[in-house]
Ligand binder design. Structure first.
Ligand SMILES: [Fe+2]
Ligand SMILES: [Fe+2]
Length: 177
């Protein structure tokens, strides 16, 4: 498809239901990211190993940046940055809190639990950003797609780091407690 055709396509999609769906998903992940900025430090503080605490703290910084990136995306689309409550993320974060309540501090079982809770969060984000990238491309918003892809890469990387932490030491130590 030529650039001109693509421009026409994004013009035609201005009031489409497809664009509406895209914007709804964008507002959903915006809510989710904003809440993660508040929730992740608590997980980091509750972690037993410094490796896990550091990985989570690092991801808080990335998450703050992802919030700003979403605000840029809203701006690129000429839309107001608006958050719509994400029930899924609220549920995942409530489960993460339960892990902290149900495990003892200074145990590796707690770290194993935190990793599980955080990977569920990352997988939700990966699914969300993967879909948003696909929709943005379909609408011909390649610049927006590229921005969302940057975040998608960070989420995949965060997930991979958590797997590595679990497999390299946390699960072994937790199994011995
Ligand atoms: Fe994120
Ligand atoms: Fe994330």
């Amino acid at each position: 498809m030529s650039t001109k055709q693509k421009n026409n396509q994004s013009e035609q999609m201005k009031d489409s239901k497809f664009r509406e769906l895209f914007l709804h998903e964008l507002k959903d992940i915006y809510w989710a990211e904003k809440h993660l900025v508040k929730a992740l430090p608590k997980m980091a503080k509750g972690a037993t190993s410094t490796e896990l605490a550091d990985a989570l703290t690092n991801h808080v910084e990335e998450t703050e940046n992802q919030v700003s990136r979403l605000e840029e995306v809203f701006e690129m689309l000429d839309e107001k940055a608006q958050a719509v409550k994400c029930d899924a993320m609220e549920g995942l974060l409530s489960e993460a809190n339960d892990i902290l309540d149900d495990t003892k501090s200074d145990t590796m079982v707690r770290d194993a639990g935190i990793i599980i809770a955080c990977q569920k969060v990352e997988h939700y984000e990966i699914a969300s950003y993967g879909s948003l990238v696909a929709l943005a491309k379909k609408m011909g918003h390649n610049d927006v797609a590229r921005k969302l892809e940057d975040t998608l890469k960070e989420e995949k990387n965060a997930d991979k780091l958590l797997t590595e932490l679990a497999e390299s030491e946390v699960n072994d130590d937790a199994a011995q407690e």
